[in-house]
Design a protein around this ligand. Structure first.
Ligand code: HEC
Ligand code: HEC
Ligand code: HEC
Ligand code: HEC
Length: 124
């Protein structure tokens, strides 16, 4: 027979370990987020704020990260392939790559800043 004291101790320990478990899970999540929530591009044309969160509601990762390998969740930065000046004519420069992807999709969806609405993307 376990005494009432021992039972109380056992339950207290269970609760304490449970709380420690929850706290450690919150402090050190097992999975780190696989995409930055918001990104800020800084260029000569001012800052452009891009919300990944807003943009991944219905779009799949590979809609934008078009060179993403299957099952891959950490795509390379666009600029690692699209440099400011490209030698290969089939590969757009960094600025053209962003402009055509961002504005192209906004046009298709009739939502988001359009081609002439520079200042809705570029904030000085
Ligand atoms: C849908 C959003 C969007 C719109 C609309 C847009 N841009 Fe951009 N623009 C960007 C992004 C994103 C970049 C990439 C910034 C970078 O290279 O880090 C960029 C890059 C640029 C750059 C190159 C900046 C650099 O430092 O190399 C220039 C210049 C520019 N845009 C001018 C314009 C002008 C002028 C307009 C309007 C006619 C315009 N943009 C409309 C998003 C937009
Ligand atoms: C609407 C377009 C779009 C969608 C959809 C999207 N991303 Fe991105 N993502 C971007 C852009 C633009 C960048 C900035 C790349 C750069 O800085 O060159 C970026 C950057 C990233 C980066 C940082 C790369 C680096 O090294 O700079 C990661 C990681 C990432 N995205 C993961 C994801 C994942 C995972 C998904 C799907 C859940 C996703 N993205 C969906 C447009 C998108
Ligand atoms: C691993 C290299 C690589 C990365 C990373 C990459 N691209 Fe590309 N991209 C290419 C190559 C190569 C082409 C030309 C051939 C093709 O269409 O695949 C291209 C073509 C494009 C085009 C024109 C053709 C089309 O699909 O409409 C756009 C726009 C573009 N990229 C935007 C982006 C953006 C924006 C990012 C980041 C979210 C990005 N790319 C990341 C290599 C890359
Ligand atoms: C796959 C399609 C798609 C691509 C690619 C895309 N957008 Fe968008 N974007 C949208 C849609 C749809 C909306 C309207 C969302 C809404 O109002 O709920 C939007 C809204 C926005 C807005 C206004 C809302 C806000 O975040 O303040 C900005 C700014 C914007 N996009 C910037 C960008 C930039 C910069 C890029 C390229 C790096 C980009 N978008 C690429 C579909 C896209």
């Amino acid at each position: 027979m376990t005494s009432k004291k021992e039972l109380t101790l056992a339950y207290s320990l269970i609760i304490i370990f449970f709380i420690i478990g929850v706290l450690s899970y919150a402090a050190f999540p097992a999975k780190s987020p696989d995409k930055p929530v918001r990104l800020m591009f800084k260029g000569v044309a001012g800052k452009v704020l891009f919300s990944h969160k807003l943009h991944t509601n219905d779009a799949g990762c590979s809609d934008c990260h078009h060179n993403l390998e299957e099952d891959e969740t950490s795509p390379e930065a666009c600029g690692s392939c699209h440099e400011p000046e490209m030698e290969d004519e089939d590969v757009p420069s960094r600025t053209d790559a962003f402009h055509s992807q961002c504005i192209g999709c906004h046009q298709e969806n009739e939502a988001g800043p359009q081609e002439k609405e520079c200042s809705l993307c570029h904030v000085m």
